[in-house]
Design a binder for this molecule. Structure first.
Ligand code: ADP
Ligand code: PAZ
Ligand code: K
Length: 243
């Protein structure tokens, strides 16, 4: 049995899959914030996990904590961005500098929509918007503060702006009150960046994932597909094809 883990800067997402299950077919899955991560071992108890593949962009301390929580004995691999993997070529100037969650997301996108030009938007702590060519080149992309971080930055750095709840509603673009104006601005920034990427990457299918994706999707004026956890899908693809 296979354990897949996507450790982001806010939450740790995980899934358990049978060894030969198709990409994205989990037996169990979940997500916890960093503060809740001591619940993970209990969630994994009862699954005879023999292999684990982990993407971690949340630093060495979290990596050390995770390592101690993994079921033992397990064949543990830390996923890393490579110059090339499973038909995906990484065109980052320094391929290892690319966040391994972005590389995994691109692999996941290719598994879900092979042979198509893609815009992969992963809306988490940060929002990343990446272009992948039809023949499998990870061209590059954008990093911007995520929806929650954008809203929090305004509250933290101004005297008059409140902390708004960055989810759950789509206010008018030209809002008539402060809360809605903040939300409209942050959503427009997120959606605008994604729409710009789609416009500039000819014929691209837009895939949207991450914790804030369901909040951003209604603000988008381009066709798109919501994917539950594209990073885990990519890890699953990598684990299945690379042995
Ligand atoms: N119920 C929620 N719990 C946690 N994050 C949420 C929730 N709803 C929306 N979010 C947004 O999703 C982000 C976390 O998404 P996630 O994809 O797990 O991020 P990361 O991979 O960076 O940890 C938060 O920063 C926040 O903007
Ligand atoms: C951009 C990110 C912070 C996104 O992290 P997340 O929002 O998923 O927690 C992460 O992919 C990262 O640390 N990247 C390294 C720099 C790069 O990709 O160029
Ligand atoms: K992200």
């Amino acid at each position: 049995m296979l354990l897949l883990i996507d450790a982001g800067n806010t939450r740790i997402k995980w899934a358990v899959a049978e060894d030969s299950a198709p990409v994205g077919q989990w037996i169990a899955s979940g997500a916890v914030t960093h503060a809740e991560m001591n619940h993970l071992p209990a969630s994994w108890q009862g699954f005879p996990v023999t292999r684990a593949l982990v993407s971690n962009v949340a630093g060495q301390r979290l990596r050390d904590q995770l390592q101690l929580m993994l079921p033992a004995p397990v064949d543990l691999r830390w996923f890393a961005s490579l110059p090339q993997l499973d038909g995906l070529r990484n065109a980052y100037r320094n391929p290892s500098q690319l966040g391994c969650d972005r590389f995994a997301a691109a692999l996941g996108a290719r598994a879900l929509a092979p042979g198509q030009p893609l815009v992969v938007a992963t809306c988490g702590t940060a929002t990343t918007i990446d272009a992948v060519s039809a023949d499998g080149v990870f061209i590059g992309g954008m990093i911007l503060p995520g929806l929650g971080l954008m809203a929090a930055a305004l509250a933290r750095n101004t005297a008059q702006l409140p902390q708004v709840d960055a989810g759950g509603r789509l206010p008018p673009v030209f809002a008539d009150n402060t809360d809605d104006a903040i939300l409209s601005g942050c959503l427009s920034a997120q959606a605008g960046a994604i729409e710009r990427a789609v416009r500039l990457h000819d014929g691209a299918l837009c895939l949207l994932s991450g914790g804030a994706a369901p909040h951003i999707a209604p603000a988008l004026s381009v066709p798109h597909r919501l994917v539950d956890n594209i990073v885990l899908a990519g890890l699953h693809a990598a684990a299945t094809t690379s042995g």
